[in-house]
Write a protein that binds this ligand. Structure first.
Ligand SMILES: [Cu+2]
Length: 345
């Protein structure tokens, strides 16, 4: 299997970026900023194979000016031009060949450290690449199933992560995960700009705020309010959904919550071999950590993805899951009988 198969949807996302931004933010006057938001639907399908194989992951580190907020841009450092980087999907026992190239227009050295790797720096040592260079790469055996973060680990790693260099790799257990109707890919991060939240134009990074852990922006999939409007998550009443949720960080633990829903199952901390937690309201996901969350959507409406440290919502950390279908008054309806006149007789 090649990287294209592993990262199905990346090309489609690139086409969408060219065709016009689907992000809720409006076009900038200069029109030069890229849409760096990776769609929550941009992940490969379950592998559905019974045997281990040799698979390839090919990444390119790209620095580019992207749209951070309405009228606001930022120079992102990315894997493959989007935040988060591509969702990698392998199976336990697979032998994985990782190749990393650093785009010639980069200013910085980059690499990649996969938490799914057992070995030196998670591959970080073998993937160091100067601008315009390709690293020697590395090969690893996926020993432990789970949902893992990967990230750039070039010093100062916190800076590379804050600028967008993180993603998830799923190592499917034998037999895979229980099937669901829809799978989504969501990651949380922080951005430390010199200018205050809400400033317009191209913002610069603040080293002081980074070291003091005082971000101006909090983001799902790279930009303020990115997973709303044209990039909201969608499902139909009665479907089961799974969110692969990770925190790039670099610093803040997420108290991930979906307003109006209860997580039926949580693969806590990304562990896929223990029994999942059940009936959970909010999960705690540390930087460099992840969780898979399953729930059935029983009632139509707009469900809001948040970090329940809710001040962060005002700094960009809001997403939406839009559920369509017939009303389910047995599960939820507005009003109580006497207020609706139903007890009149
Ligand atoms: Cu980097």
């Amino acid at each position: 299997m090649n990287a294209r198969a592993l990262f199905m949807g990346t090309a489609a996302a690139a086409v969408m970026a060219v065709a016009g931004s689907l992000a809720p933010v409006t076009a900038l006057a200069e029109g030069a900023a890229a849409n760096i938001v990776r769609a929550a639907t941009d992940l490969p399908a379950p592998l559905a194979r019974q045997t281990a194989e040799t698979v390839s992951i090919e990444l390119e580190t790209i620095e580019l000016v992207g749209q951070l907020d309405d009228g606001t841009t930022y120079r992102y450092w990315t894997f493959d031009g989007k935040v988060p980087g591509p969702f990698a999907r392998v199976r336990v026992g697979d032998t994985v060949e990782v190749r990393l190239k650093n785009h010639e227009d980069s200013w910085m050295v980059h690499n990649v450290d996969f938490h799914a790797v057992t070995g030196l720096h998670g591959g970080g040592h073998a993937t160091m690449a100067d601008p315009g260079e390709e690293s020697q790469g590395f090969t690893f055996k996926a020993l432990n199933p789970g949902l893992y973060v990967y990230h750039c680990a070039v010093p100062l790693a916190a800076q590379h992560i804050a600028n967008g260099m993180y993603g998830l790799i799923l190592v499917e257990p034998e037999g895979g995960l229980p099937p669901v109707d829809r799978e989504f890919y969501v990651m949380q991060g922080e951005i430390y700009t010199e200018e205050a939240h809400g400033s317009r134009g191209e913002l610069g990074e603040s080293y002081d705020k980074l070291l003091n852990e005082m971000p101006e922006y909090y983001v799902f999939n790279g930009a303020a309010n990115a997973l709303t409007e044209g990039k909201a998550l969608h499902a139909e009443v009665g479907e089961t959904v799974r969110i692969y949720f990770g925190v790039g960080g670099p610093n803040k633990t997420s108290s991930f919550h979906v307003i109006g829903e209860i997580f039926d199952k949580v693969y806590n901390l990304g562990g896929l071999t223990a029994e999942p937690l059940t009936d959970i309201q909010t999960i705690s996901v540390p930087p460099g950590g992840a969780a898979a969350i399953d729930f059935k959507v029983e009632v139509p409406g707009e469900y809001i993805l948040v970090d329940h440290a809710l001040s962060r919502a005002a700094r960009g950390l809001v997403g939406k899951l839009i559920v369509e279908g017939p009303e389910q008054p047995d599960v939820y309806r507005e009003g109580v009988p006497e207020r609706l006149g139903l007890l009149a007789e």
